[in-house]
Design a protein around this ligand. Structure first.
Ligand SMILES: Nc1ncnc2c1ncn2[C@@H]1O[C@H](COP(=O)(O)OP(=O)(O)OP(=O)(O)O)[C@@H](O)[C@H]1O
Ligand SMILES: [Mg+2]
Length: 300
């Protein structure tokens, strides 16, 4: 680490085969269990619904959950022994997925590698993946801002375009967000914005909205720190069900209010990175696929 606190990498660091990927975003949070993996899979699914070619790198080496959320548990990566290349598993909507889970004997196998081994294994593993042409790659990081997320984020930092910070609207969210902003700054990765997950619960019976973990903290902190607020996602029991069953929520409940809020976050990101995605052609990234129940108004 240099004296100004920036984490630097050697320019001889091997490239990770991401040159054919236009946009690379990491999903980070200073705390576990706030919904990083759900946000990762939803942003990827939403972008794929908008017609983009999308990949997910499940960077949670110790607790990979992306394969299960996308119904891909038990799948294995294809490798070409003559070239040493590894090919991602292709999931719903053609989303290309790479996870350490695909290389483990079972999804109950615990990874107990220490950091140096993870470092070496990741380098070899990530360096061998043949992503092909992608519009966007969304990277799910392990919880926190310590060794585990740092190890993988450092490998990718020169390639990353932005970080999506996930928080919940409770008192602890201030620390979560500040740590995540600091983590991104030290890696020299610009913050794309903040997503407030589990913002509230809408009770269909009473018609009331309950702010279970407090109200609006993510948006307040975003304003205070001059960081973009990307949007909020309600607590929805169907999200847990879908994740457990391996059915992407956006595909199963695309006509719900929650899905519309997730798609607003996705569209915000597409707009933010429009130049990267389509070389400045307005609206070009928003191709024609729509969510079930979504009208054609607002088509760019
Ligand atoms: N908005 C939501 N409404 C209901 N359940 C949710 C919501 N977001 C996430 N969940 C559920 O909360 C749990 C944690 O979500 P997730 O695994 O995405 O968090 P994480 O931040 O990736 O956790 P970890 O830090 O362990 O990697 C999961 O069971 C998920 O299905
Ligand atoms: Mg996770």
């Amino acid at each position: 680490m240099s004296r100004n606190g920036k984490i630097t990498v050697s320019i001889r660091q091997p490239r990770l085969g991401l040159d054919s990927v236009k946009l690379k975003l990491m999903v980070v949070s200073g705390k576990g269990g706030v919904g990083k993996s759900f946000v990762t899979s939803s942003v990827a699914t939403g972008m794929a619904l908008r017609g983009l070619r999308v990949g997910i790198l499940d960077g949670d080496v110790y607790g990979p959950t992306i394969p299960k959320m996308l119904g891909l548990s038990g799948t294995t990566l294809q490798a070409d022994e003559s070239t040493g290349k590894i090919y991602p598993v292709v999931g719903p909507l053609g989303i290309k997925v790479v996870s350490i889970e695909f290389a483990l004997p079972s999804d109950e196998t615990a990874v107990i590698w220490r950091a140096p081994l993870v470092n070496r294994a990741l380098e070899e593993f990530l360096g061998s993946v043949e992503w092909g042409e992608l519009d966007a790659l969304v990277i799910d990081l392990p919880p926190g801002t310590g060794d585990a997320p740092l190890t993988i984020a450092q490998k990718l930092q020169n390639d990353l375009d932005g970080s999506i910070i996930v928080t919940i609207p409770s008192e602890i969210s201030r620390r979560i967000v500040l740590k995540s902003i600091d983590f991104s700054a030290k890696l020299n990765v610009p913050v794309a914005g903040i997503v407030e997950n589990m913002c509230c619960f809408y009770c269909p019976e009473s018609g009331k909205t309950y702010y279970v973990f407090g109200r609006g903290a993510g948006e307040r902190i975003a304003a205070e720190k001059g960081v973009r607020f990307l949007g909020s996602i309600p607590l929805d029991p169907r999200i847990g069900e879908c994740n457990d069953r391996g059915e992407p929520y956006l595909l199963k409940h695309g006509d719900s209010e929650t899905a519309k809020r997730i798609m607003a976050i996705v569209d915000g990101l597409i707009e933010l990175y429009r130049d990267k995605l389509v070389g400045g052609k307005r609206g070009g990234a928003r191709r024609l696929l729509r969510l079930p129940g979504e009208g054609s108004e607002g088509e760019a």
